[in-house]
Design a protein around this ligand. Structure first.
Ligand code: AKG
Ligand code: FE2
Length: 352
């Protein structure tokens, strides 16, 4: 099988480290202590109405300047997120032993465990996560072995969420490609016809439990996403922050009805460096348990991503030469797990 699950399997990782029993710790242990965490400042991220006739150019501009933006009128029903949030709280509030029933295996990808970005830092995170690719039924039966109703409800809500977020991510991807002057049909997996390979995605529920000493801990350390894009829903609690050169860390507050789109490393490659792969982090607090739902969207695992010809240009036009060598999502996930924030350096085309 050649799928996104295989990509995560190969990576050296702390993937299967058991998260802390957060409810039963009253101070931040040394293993989870982050020093000199930079404070945040203020600012606001652009917001784009997907029904705006200018959505295409606004998205292009936001990707270029920010690499992050809110989208409204994205078509995902708000009540679906309420249900996802409810199910996520139900899961993360289970006793630790019960959650460990669905613990991700050392060579596994889906299930309960640490966030994907754990490998990127030396300190552990004040967070736990649950990954899904397709139906989470296998894990639902591990989490709620005696409650078939609970298993069915959880799976129905999560499958609906994957379907809706994939559709919405696809729409944003189309607008991004159009903003680069391309016809989305040129990348068959963006709008797949029968039998074509489809874009792939991972749905991640992230949980940031209440932290007794939030200034000493970190929910997710600074990172960029490996994906083309990540579409994020946040429960009504602040935590996400994005980094702006010369300004610092700007909070991306939850806005009712809006989703957050982060441009990832592969979009930076595809756009030949034009679109920013936004550096972001998630901080924790001592009042509210925060949940976020991240839909990580990328190409089929074995499709090479390289700077698009119309952006990078053929020899016979005056665009910039391609800055990056072709790479699959699978190869890139592996490179990122080894080289973290230097991973893009390894696919940079070096001048002769
Ligand atoms: O929880 C958040 O706000 C950020 C999540 C995130 O960055 C990720 O899942 O990659
Ligand atoms: Fe992220």
């Amino acid at each position: 099988m050649n799928s996104i699950s295989d990509s995560y399997k190969n990576k050296p990782s702390h993937h299967h480290i058991v998260p802390l029993d957060f409810k039963n710790v009253h101070t931040v242990p040394d293993s989870h202590k982050w020093e000199n965490v930079e404070p945040h400042t203020s600012g606001s991220v652009p917001s784009i109405d997907l029904c705006d006739p200018n959505a295409k150019s606004l998205i292009g501009e936001a990707c270029e300047k920010w690499g992050v933006f809110y989208v409204t009128n994205h078509g995902v029903p708000t009540n679906l997120f309420k249900k996802v949030e409810q199910e996520a709280f139900r899961l993360f509030n289970l006793p630790t032993d019960q959650k460990l029933g669905a613990l991700r295996l050392p060579d596994g990808v889906t299930g309960y465990g640490m966030p994907r970005t754990t490998t990127y830092g030396s300190k552990l995170l004040w967070a736990e996560s649950f990954f899904m690719i397709g139906s989470p039924m296998e894990h639902a039966t591990q989490l709620w072995p005696h409650q078939t109703d609970q298993q069915t409800t959880f799976c129905a809500v999560m499958e609906e969420c994957q379907k809706e977020m994939k559709r919405s991510s696809g729409r944003v991807m189309e607008l991004i490609l159009e903003s680069l002057g391309l016809n989305p049909e040129e990348l068959t997996w963006v709008k797949p016809k029968d039998g074509c390979k489809e874009a792939q995605s991972v749905l991640s529920l992230n949980s940031y439990p209440v932290c007794p000493e939030p200034e000493k801990a970190m929910g997710l350390g600074p990172h960029t996403d490996t994906s083309l894009l990540t579409v994020l829903y946040q429960s009504g609690c602040t935590g996400l922050q994005v980094f702006r050169d010369g300004i610092g860390w700007i909070p991306v507050q939850p806005v009712p009805g809006a989703l957050v789109v982060n441009a990832g490393d592969l979009l930076h490659v595809l756009s030949n460096g034009r679109f920013k792969n936004v550096l972001h982090r998630a901080v924790v607090n001592n009042e509210q348990h925060r949940i976020s739902v991240a839909h990580v969207y990328g190409p089929p695992a074995d499709v090479k991503i390289s700077p698009l010809m119309k952006v990078a240009g053929d020899d016979d036009d005056d665009h910039d030469p391609p800055l990056f060598s072709p790479v699959t999502w699978k190869e890139y996930i592996y490179a990122k797990s080894v080289h973290y924030d230097k991973a893009l350096e390894f696919i940079k085309v070096t001048a002769e």
